[in-house]
Design a protein around this ligand. Structure first.
Ligand SMILES: CC(C)(COP(=O)(O)OP(=O)(O)OC[C@H]1O[C@@H](n2cnc3c(N)ncnc32)[C@H](O)[C@@H]1OP(=O)(O)O)[C@@H](O)C(=O)NCCC(=O)NCCS
Length: 178
């Protein structure tokens, strides 16, 4: 089924929030508290995306991937000076490993390069082995475990960086033709 990537609109907030929550409940089970994942996470994530897509306070890119009319993944990247900060990248559980994450990354980073970004950074939960593997294979420099916070939850995370955005873009395109 053909993959389509497009900029997210305010009307996509509920769909993106649902994808985000489904991915968190799948991957972050055991890393974030069940009481949070099954409780306040839903309302907080829905509110976050309603606000983030309604009022664009930050410059950056939010893309939604669809296949056959269904949403299958999304990415949010914000500009922080010269750095493209990847805040969210999620592919629907059951649809992973098919190149959707790399496609989202490639298009979002191409746009951030166009906005003048030259470096890339993100934080990944230290226990998210699949996520770290994905970024390591794309050449990330992965930092030590550090305490962090997400939606009010204390977490242990690792910072992943690329000094040159163009290196990550090249790695993403190399992977696509494999
Ligand atoms: C990490 C993620 C965005 C990658 O997107 P994807 O579409 O699954 O990945 P792609 O198909 O583009 O690339 C595949 C690579 O991703 C890695 N990978 C990570 N999780 C994977 C999974 N569940 N299934 C398959 N590959 C996975 C592998 O390194 C794989 O490389 P390989 O095929 O050479 O082994 C996606 O798996 C996902 O949403 N994971 C859960 C949420 C998450 O961890 N997000 C990152 C938070 S910082």
């Amino acid at each position: 089924m053909a993959l389509r990537l497009r900029s997210a609109r305010a009307a996509d907030a509920a769909e993106i929030a649902a994808l985000h929550l489904a991915s968190w409940r799948d991957v972050y089970r055991g890393l974030l508290e069940d009481a949070f994942l099954d409780g306040p996470a839903e309302g907080l994530i829905r509110q976050y995306w309603r606000e983030a897509l309604a009022v664009r306070r930050r410059s950056g890119v939010v893309l939604l991937a669809t296949a056959g009319g269904d949403s299958v993944g999304f990415i949010a990247v914000w500009r922080d000076g010269p750095t493209a900060f990847i805040d969210n990248l999620h592919v629907r559980p059951g649809m992973r490993g098919a190149g959707i994450g790399r496609a989202l990354l490639g298009m979002a980073l191409g746009r951030m390069q166009g906005q003048g970004c030259t470096e890339v950074a993100l934080v990944c939960l230290a226990g998210n082995a699949g996520g770290l593997r994905f970024y390591r294979e794309l050449g990330a420099e992965i930092g030590p475990e550090e305490e962090g916070e997400t939606f009010g939850q204390r977490v242990i995370e690792r910072r992943c960086t690329w000094d040159r955005l163009q290196d990550l873009l090249a790695a993403v395109s190399r992977a696509k033709v494999r």
